[in-house]
Design a binder for this molecule. Structure first.
Ligand SMILES: *Cc1c(COP(=O)(O)O)cnc(C)c1O
Length: 600
């Protein structure tokens, strides 16, 4: 998937008219050096397309170019976060799509072009990703910066971006001769593609004349994946902004078709209204989303990760030698039961040593590869509770001393506008400064990104996750860890409900009334189960093997994408999906839970 590959393929060779699935996502992690993603959502999108390339799927994808990226995180001595832009130049490496389309946004013309990033699969199949760009001469100066900052600016800027993504994406695909059967909205950001499709369907007639039957024609083409039960993850905009950005006809159509929610333009409700198939990203998340949106049928397809992207170099070498075709068919991961556990343990140790070498170079801190090492890296958000692990400092130090040492590695970015989140990072720094001793070593690493995520999930011994239930929709970093023989110690939320076999693939932090009780469970597991097993190399190696064989063979995007094809894109049966799926039963009072934190 090198950047230069892209230049060698002509658009004709891509056979765009044969691409039946169009995948829309506000962020897509395309390569470590391309800053077009912020975290889990973008990683999932990228992994999905990498699996689509490896398994020769007829897909095409749309996103924005994000010329100034998300941000690079800098942390000072006390953990105060500052941010820096990550500018990149698509024109330096990527071919242009050779089409410029014109939209009407904010009541004026907006020119949109695209850069093509080719995701190349293991057998050479290509998934073209079109990165929309408004930085064109002739556009209003402010509009030229619309595709600069991922999740930057205010709500007005965001609505303009989402308009470019949805309407621009549909228009560009049309201009390129694509005629997809299925439009997949990866999160609500892309929901305005439905208005683009409706306009195309009406073929020049005004949106004012659209009937329910026209909406039905659009719904037959749309699939929507919702990604979080956290309210802040569901974009909504005031009606004044809706009219200003979209113009009178489109805004009226959204009102007319009952797409508003609590008097606001809500991207999730637009997506729900216009989709024939809706799903959450783990079995439990589907159920939680069903409670949030009782008037729509919500299915579940559990997330995965792209195995070849996340498996360490040492494991890749072992798999290439022992298991043919694992890159195109991840079900073969089950057959690591035919590999000696000691070989698996040896591969993991290489990942751990490599992680510590990189950390020594980057930070000057030295970690000991024979000491039990926990990893906790994720976007900083209150519900993720980064400090649960540090709740009882005295007990943690006592455990570290008793078991012969403990190392804990943290990483994670807070959104630039999230001052509470930034405070959580400083809290971990303060705790580390206070607790670090000869037995316990805690370190917070700067700038959690693709590369650091890979190093950590390949190198630590146990992956820790402590979200407040039921806010972790899925989580995917624990899946990356599992593929590298790393068990999880986690709250039973998201994917871990499906992935946890106690003492086999990891450990559950049991539900409790208070955080203190949950922390106590965490410490008990660490002291009485995890440390003793770690002290027994044969037992630990066997566990590493279980993680890969049981969870690696399932929690991958090859399997996930196959489930999207079977259940969402081209369902086998007509009973549930073809004609009257997820029809709104009665519109009002839907999803009141969205505004209520106390879901459980
Ligand atoms: C995998 C990954 C994520 C998502 O992992 P979660 O378990 O959902 O936190 C976020 N950021 C980076 C850099 C990743 O590699």
């Amino acid at each position: 998937m090198s950047l230069s590959n892209a230049l060698s393929t002509t658009t004709a060779a891509l056979n765009l008219p044969s691409r039946t699935i169009a995948y829309f996502s506000m962020e897509i992690a395309l390569a470590p050096a391309v800053p077009t993603y912020s975290g889990g959502l973008g990683m999932l999108a990228g992994d999905t397309l990498r699996s689509a390339a490896d398994t020769c799927r007829p897909m095409v994808a749309i996103s924005l170019v994000h010329r100034r990226g998300y941000f690079r995180q800098c942390l000072d001595d006390v953990g105060q976060q500052t941010e820096a832009d990550v500018p990149w130049s698509p024109e330096a490496t990527l071919p242009s799509a050779n089409e410029i389309i014109t939209l009407t946004v904010q009541g004026r013309p907006l020119l949109v072009r695209a850069w093509r990033f080719d995701v190349v699969g293991v057998t050479g199949h290509i998934i073209p990703v079109f990165l929309l760009d408004t930085d064109i001469e002739g556009n209003d100066e402010w509009d030229r910066h619309l595709t600069d900052h991922l999740y930057g600016g205010d709500t007005y800027y965001r609505l303009c971006q989402e308009t470019v993504l949805g309407l621009g994406g549909v228009a560009l695909l049309h201009a390129l001769g694509c005629k997809p059967h299925v439009y997949h909205m990866n999160e609500g950001h892309a929901a305005l593609l439905s208005i683009g499709l409706l306009e195309e369907h009406l073929a020049g007639n005004s949106l004012r004349d659209a009937q329910e039957i026209d909406l039905e024609a659009v719904r037959r083409q749309c699939v929507f994946t919702t990604h979080t039960p956290v309210p802040a993850g569901h974009d909504q905009f005031g009606l004044d902004q809706m009219y200003q950005v979209l113009g009178h006809d489109r805004a009226t159509a959204l009102e007319h078709f009952g797409c508003l929610h609590n008097g606001l333009m809500n991207m999730t409700y637009i997506a729900l209204r216009f989709s024939r198939y809706v799903n959450g990203v783990a079995m439990q998340h589907g159920k939680v989303s069903q409670l949030m949106f009782p008037n729509y049928k919500v299915h579940s397809i559990t997330n995965g990760v792209h195995a070849a992207t996340w498996v360490s170099p040492a494991f890749q070498e072992l798999l290439d030698a022992e298991i043919t075709n694992w890159r195109t068919d991840n079900q073969y991961f089950r057959s690591v039961y035919g590999i000696e556990p000691a070989q698996i343990a040896a591969c993991h140790l290489k990942g751990k040593q490599h992680l510590f070498e990189v950390l020594a170079k980057r930070t000057g801190h030295h970690f000991n590869p024979s000491v039990l090492t926990l990893g906790f890296a994720r976007r900083v958000a209150t519900y993720k509770r980064a400090s649960l692990l540090l709740e009882d400092a005295t007990r943690l130090v006592a455990i570290a001393e008793k078991i012969g040492g403990l190392q804990i590695l943290y990483a994670g970015k807070a959104h630039p506008a999230d001052n509470a989140g930034k405070g959580l990072i400083r809290d971990v720094f303060a705790a580390a400064a206070h607790l670090n001793s000869s037995a316990l070593k805690i370190h917070y690493l700067e700038n959690y990104d693709w590369e650091l995520g890979a190093l950590l999930t390949q190198g630590v011994d146990v992956w820790v996750n402590t979200p407040r239930r039921p806010y972790e929709a899925s989580g995917t970093s624990g899946m990356k860890a599992a593929l590298n023989g790393v068990p999880s110690l986690s709250v039973l939320d998201g994917w871990w409900i499906e992935g946890c076999a106690e003492n086999v693939t990891g450990w559950a932090i049991d539900d409790a009334e208070t955080e203190t009780a949950e922390a106590t469970c965490l410490y008990d597991k660490l002291e009485k189960h995890i440390a003793p097993m770690y002290a027994n190399p044969a037992a630990w190696a066997r566990m590493q093997q279980h993680c890969i064989a049981i969870n690696g063979s399932f929690f991958n995007t090859h399997r996930m994408l196959a489930q999207y094809f079977r259940n969402a894109y081209f369902p086998f049966t007509t009973t549930d999906n073809a004609t009257s799926p997820s029809s709104p039963v009665n519109e009002p009072a839907v999803g009141a839970l969205l505004n209520e934190p106390a879901l459980a």
